[in-house]
Design a protein around this ligand. Structure first.
Ligand code: VG1
Ligand code: CO
Length: 540
């Protein structure tokens, strides 16, 4: 066994997006693609000697190949130790927890999250630093610069490592510890929530279905909901992680979690339904024939913090991405808590959590979490909802409707226009940005523009400034936000977020209430003219 130095040629597309590097599997399978990227990370952070990282993925196609490459490159670069989930599995939230609990230098999660997997699907690598969160843009930009000039990488010349058995082994001087990726995570959840109360809930006949979508959270969910809390066997469906997610698109929303939706909207539906995405950081919450929008979920979680043992003594504050509805800020205002608005991407919450400015945060894209870790956390959100139900004895629908009665309702939908040629999408955004100032003061039917500007975030901790998306605000408390996705692997996706607040009308249908605003949003940006699309590809 020896260290080889291999000559390579740079790729020009290894720029991380909203959450790590995300590409078509076939792109990542090109010669030296993973090697170049990982070596560029080590070149950027400098001396890797003595460093310890967590490593694992969501089990998707190419997880097993990429992980062996990373192990060998880490060993050749002098990494002291890798902590790896058995069989190469670890969820994004569990990886964040492992970094924080063991005070590691960071980690690698092999996942394209909610994007489909398989040879024709997507692959990705999320890189976290010692904060437990994904590296900030300042770091990922340097990695990208280094990836464009890389000429060689170091790799250990050895057989593949067996990742199936727990325990410690060595590759050269590097220690490899294979751990059960579920155990410590489950123990952390038990610290946060009142598991006795949840056991009583299930013992009393409460029923749930959790859809793991054949992705990484299956083993976590079976352990926590069925084994620890006593949910009936079979409460977790699609529980075995599969390389192609069984053909599913592991995005927990009304469009892609079809099986779960049909169960919760069918005869004899269980009391509660939930789903997670590929790497376990997203969640969808359902009641019987009832859907909770992620933005509302964040607001309801915030309003109920005192019911949870870990938060009962108080929370620092909350944050949401700018595209997320303003519902949580109404709760924050009523409770005299700060409410921050950040760009899309969980990494922007990290400084706020580290500086004790916030405890809870969330995104409209089915992401909710707290400062227990530095990633969004799908199972945490599900346990939070179960805890509210256990403490109040109310159904998901009752909890949500009561929330609307108290605070009003923020109707919200997101329209995604997918597969738009990049040049057309870029020009659409640039032209829209240029005309924003002229919109202020204009009225479109009942909608009068009060403000129209790019969203710019100034981080109060590291003082970096990030522009992300364009926001139009109206006098009647409606908002439209436009931005381009940073997680796609081909073409551009234009996301248009529509929101309308109503104090009194709480029983409407979101699509109906937002119909005019959605049409106006498409008109203002000339979406159909420029893209040829008369309607969104996906509405969530
Ligand atoms: C999307 C979501 C964003 C989320 C990101 C990563 O990004 O909109 O809220 O943080 O995915 O989530 P974008 O740039 O495509 O809008 V995950 O679960 O894919 O790590
Ligand atoms: Co995810």
């Amino acid at each position: 066994m020896s260290i080889k130095i291999v000559s390579t040629s740079p790729y020009d597309d290894q720029k991380m997006g909203t959450a790590g590097l995300r590409k078509k599997s076939k792109v990542v399978m090109q010669p030296n693609y993973v090697e170049n990227f990982v070596q560029s990370i080590f070149n950027t952070i400098g001396d890797a000697r003595g460093k310890v990282y967590v490593l694992g993925g969501d089990g998707r196609f190419y997880n097993d190949i990429a992980i062996q490459k990373i192990i060998k490159i880490a060993a050749a670069n002098g990494v002291a130790k890798l902590i790896i989930g058995r069989n190469g599995f670890v969820s994004t939230p569990a990886a964040s927890h492992i970094i924080l609990m063991n005070k590691l230098d960071g980690g690698f999660v092999l996942s394209a999250s909610h994007n489909p997997g398989g040879i024709d699907g997507d692959f990705g690598i999320k890189y976290a630093n010692q904060s437990g969160g994904q590296a900030p843009s300042q770091v990922s930009d340097k990695i990208y610069q280094n990836s464009k000039t890389i000429r060689e990488y170091k790799i250990f010349d050895s057989e593949d490592i067996d990742l199936s058995g727990l325990g410690t082994q060595k590759l050269g001087d590097m220690i490899i510890e294979i751990i059960d990726p579920v155990k410590d995570y489950a123990a952390m959840m038990e610290q946060i929530f009142d598991f006795d109360a949840l056991r009583k809930l299930f013992a009393g006949g409460f029923t749930m279905k959790f859809d793991a979508m054949n992705a990484v959270t299956g083993p976590y969910a079976v352990k926590i909901f069925e084994e620890m809390l006593g949910a009936a066997p079979g409460s977790v469906i699609n529980a075995t992680p599969l390389p192609d997610f069984g053909g599913l698109h592991p995005d927990p929303n009304l469009v892609h979690a079809k099986e779960l939706i049909s169960i919760l909207y069918g005869e004899n539906a269980p009391d509660f339904g939930a789903a997670n995405d590929g790497d376990g950081d997203r969640n969808m919450i359902l009641g019987r024939k009832f859907f909770v929008s992620p933005s509302d979920s964040l607001a309801i979680i915030t309003d109920n913090y005192a019911l949870i043992p870990a938060y009962k003594d108080g929370i620092y504050g909350v944050a949401r991405s700018a595209a997320t509805s303003t519902a949580v800020c109404r709760v924050a205002q009523a409770r005299d808590l700060p409410c921050y608005e950040v760009p899309t991407g969980w990494k922007y919450f990290v400084n706020l959590m580290d500086s004790n400015r916030i405890t809870f945060c969330g995104e409209e894209s089915f992401g909710t979490g707290s400062s227990h870790i530095r990633e969004k956390d799908g199972i945490w959100a599900v346990l939070f909802w179960l805890s509210i139900i256990a403490a109040t004895g109310k159904s998901v629908e009752e909890i949500t409707v009561e929330h609307w009665r108290k605070y009003g309702r923020t109707y919200y939908i997101r329209n995604d226009y997918e597969g738009v040629p990049t040049d057309i999408a870029d020009k659409l955004m640039a032209d829209l940005e240029a005309k924003l100032p002229s919109l202020v003061g204009q009225s479109f039917g009942e909608y009068t523009v009060t403000a129209a500007a790019p969203f710019v975030y100034n981080d109060p901790v590291d003082h970096s400034s990030t522009a992300n998306g364009l926001i139009i605000k109206f006098a009647n408390e409606a908002r439209i936000i436009y931005r381009l996705s940073g997680t796609g692997s081909s073409g551009a996706t234009i996301r248009v977020y529509n929101e309308q607040y109503s104090k009194d009308n709480i029983s409407g249908d979101s699509l109906e209430v937002l119909k005019k605003l959605s049409a106006l949003a498409a008109d203002i940006a000339e979406i159909s003219l420029r893209t040829g699309k008369t309607q969104a590809d996906v509405t969530t």
